[in-house]
Design a protein around this ligand. Structure first.
Ligand SMILES: [Zn+2]
Length: 257
């Protein structure tokens, strides 16, 4: 009787050990799945590519303008960029491109990168379904293509309205990354800004905001808006560029990526 009892105990211990091993293996494989998932989707974030060069000495500034084109701000921005010999990137809204195709054509012909910011800048349409997300991007590429005279234009770079990092619609944003991958797209937020969409700032306040958020960074992806909706970034653009040049930054746009 005693031997049988010991055997039962042993069997129980062995069973518990097996269960523990199986649980550990499951957790490990789950981790692997998460890591593979994260690695896959991290590669869609262009900021990772830029940050990976962060330790290199070269100081690079990528100027980006969102929400245009507008007749009220974009031509002024383009004039200043031309004077300063700086190439920038524009995250255009499709419906604004349809309204002002000639401005996009000018920006493109002057060497700026034309990237995609969705057709309507309306989150309820954008995230309604994966199909509507895809449709927003395709309609915008179509509008850009019409404006610059290129069939089947694909800008390959998307910026989420309010940024991927913003907490709103987080789950949907993660889900549509698969759509971006299928469309051969990457996305990018920013790591420097003058807060021109936060409130009405004066020219010197805009410049100060930029100085503050650019501190100690070798690589800058700078968010501005060519809209004048809240603050007028174009009023501080010349001084902002001159400041960054004096700080040793070279300007590039996303063609360089
Ligand atoms: Zn925007």
């Amino acid at each position: 009787m005693k031997t049988i009892f010991i055997h039962k105990k042993h069997i129980l211990i062995i069973l518990i050990l097996i269960i523990l091993i199986v649980i550990a293996l499951l957790i490990q494989s789950g981790k692997d799945v998460v890591e593979v998932f994260q690695n896959n989707y991290n590669s869609l974030d262009l900021m990772n590519k830029i940050s990976s060069k962060e330790n290199s000495e070269e100081k690079i500034a990528y100027l980006t303008f969102d929400d245009g084109p507008t007749t009220i701000a974009t031509p002024t921005v383009l004039d200043i960029l031309k004077e300063e010999n700086v190439k920038a990137s524009f995250f255009v809204i499709g419906k604004n491109v349809d309204k002002n195709p000639q401005i996009v054509k000018r920006a493109y012909e002057e060497g700026h990168y034309i990237a995609n910011h969705g057709y309507d800048h309306n989150n309820s349409t954008l995230y309604k379904s994966n199909e509507s997300f895809k449709d927003e991007l395709e309609k915008t590429d179509q509008a850009i293509g019409n404006a610059i005279g290129i069939n089947n234009y694909n800008s390959h770079i998307f910026r989420f309205p309010n940024g991927f990092m913003a907490p709103a619609n987080k789950k949907r944003k993660e889900e549509v990354l698969e759509v971006l991958r299928e469309m051969n797209y990457k996305y990018i937020d920013w790591n420097c800004l003058n807060n021109d969409s936060m409130k009405k700032y004066s020219k010197s306040e805009l410049l100060n905001n930029l100085k503050k958020t650019s501190q100690n960074k070798n690589k800058l992806v700078i968010l501005m808006h060519d809209t004048k909706d809240v603050s007028d970034s174009s009023s501080a653009l010349k001084e902002s560029i001159e400041y960054l040049k004096a700080e040793g930054y070279n300007f590039k746009n996303f063609y360089d990526l």
